[in-house]
Design a protein around this ligand. Structure first.
Ligand code: GMT
Length: 374
């Protein structure tokens, strides 16, 4: 198939899913056309069958803001005709499903089947903004096929937008050949030279990630055993997190790694992954940790319980219950046989339930369904 993909290129789970999906589709022989404002992260190098089309716009003195969304819609229409796209898969209702809706009208009567994947933020955060509510709803209703990354997100979407259309659950996925447990080597010795336990968190440091909770949990763990905390990523809460680590007196044990594009080797360094989010429609990073054989301690928010099996691949507590999370973390870190059991259950679960090949096949069949509707 000739497949168009639009997504946010910035650091974040939806961009990662879109980029990995594009690579996997290209490897299966499809022609994949990214229609984006910038090259998505995780897509830095050349891949056969992948084309990048950047939508650009200029500022005009009379217009207060550059008309980017319209430029993107026009680019979608142009690429659809030029490369004879069979389907356009957009990641996020806003603005992409709405741009796709416009593009569809521009190329009519030529069909342009649109598949929209909801990742979370557009539904759980943006939908609260009444000014955007109807435009997001339009994007959802006008797509030929809609998918969401967890059952929890489907339920939220139905409730918030009062839509009763089909929404298919396609979970985030992982390539177990990329994210896998490795034998501990030099890197681990550098990070934990005295045999400390290594705790890890990776995110875009948005408020919903509850970075202070991570520091609180870690501070409690570090009081009981030698440990270091690796924090990878950057975002709005980064400065405050550094300050809070100082306030808690743990700054020597917390390593702020900043933006890391190649995270697979980081995961395999860790003993435990922390994800105490307030909102999380799936938690791709938790899955990547599990595939690397790393159990997760996190919150019960959103779709996290659909990924992390409480008591098997980690433990989950109510949002904000840092005391309970710290106890869970210590239980895993202080019991080598429990850790080994959870580590292998995590890997097993990631491979069995969230394998890239299985999820890409699910998307392919949904593409065919969208095409058949025209
Ligand atoms: O987590 C973020 O802040 C980034 C966000 C995004 O929109 O890129 O991630 C969302 O999509 C990911 C891929 O489907 C999910 O794994 C994340 O759970 C989801 N984030 C939230 O719901 C907060």
């Amino acid at each position: 198939m000739n497949i168009g993909i639009s997504c946010y290129p910035t650091l974040g789970g939806s961009g990662a899913v879109a980029a990995e999906l594009g690579k996997a589709l290209a490897a299966r022989g499809h022609q994949v056309h990214f229609i984006v404002s910038d090259i998505p992260f995780r897509l830095g190098e050349f891949y056969q069958n992948i084309y990048i089309h950047q939508a650009e716009t200029s500022s005009y003195p009379v217009l207060r803001t550059p008309p980017y969304d319209f430029a993107l819609a026009a680019k979608m229409a142009d690429i659809a005709v030029t490369y004879d796209l069979d389907v356009l898969h957009v990641h996020y209702a806003l603005p992409f499903a709405v741009c796709a809706f416009l593009a569809k009208r521009m190329v009519a009567p030529r069909p342009l089947p649109v598949v929209t994947t909801l990742h979370g933020t557009d539904v759980t955060v943006l939908a609260q903004d009444r000014a955007l509510f109807n435009v997001i709803r339009l994007g959802i209703l006008e797509s030929d096929v809609v998918t969401a990354v967890s059952r929890s997100l489907i339920a939220q979407t139905r409730e918030l937008f009062q839509v009763d259309r089909d929404i298919h659950c396609v979970y985030n996925f992982v390539d177990p050949a990329v994210f896998h447990p490795v034998r501990r080597g030099k890197l681990r010795e550098q990070v934990a030279p005295n045999g400390e336990k290594v705790l890890l968190h990776v995110s875009n440091f948005r408020k919903v990630k509850r970075i202070p909770d991570i520091l609180e949990v870690f501070a409690r763990v570090a009081r009981q055993l030698p440990a270091v905390l690796l924090l990878a990523g950057e975002g709005p809460e980064w400065n405050r997190a550094r300050e809070y680590a100082r306030t808690l007196g743990i700054e020597q044990k917390v390593h702020f790694l900043g933006r890391q594009d190649e995270v697979a080797s980081l995961f395999s360094l860790a003993d435990l992954f922390l994800l105490p989010s307030e909102k999380e429609s799936f938690g791709l990073v938790a899955l990547e940790a599990m595939a690397s054989g790393v159990p997760v301690v996190g919150s019960t928010a959103g779709g996290i319980p659909e990924v992390v099996a409480h008591g098997e691949t980690g433990y989950l507590a109510e949002v904000g219950d840092v005391e309970q999370m710290a106890q869970y973390a210590l239980a895993i870190l202080q019991d080598a046989s429990l850790h080994a059991r959870m580590s292998s259950a995590s890997r097993h679960c990631a491979v069995q339930r969230f394998h890239v090949n299985e999820k890409v096949a699910e998307y392919e069949s949904l593409y065919r369904r969208a095409i058949a509707q025209h």
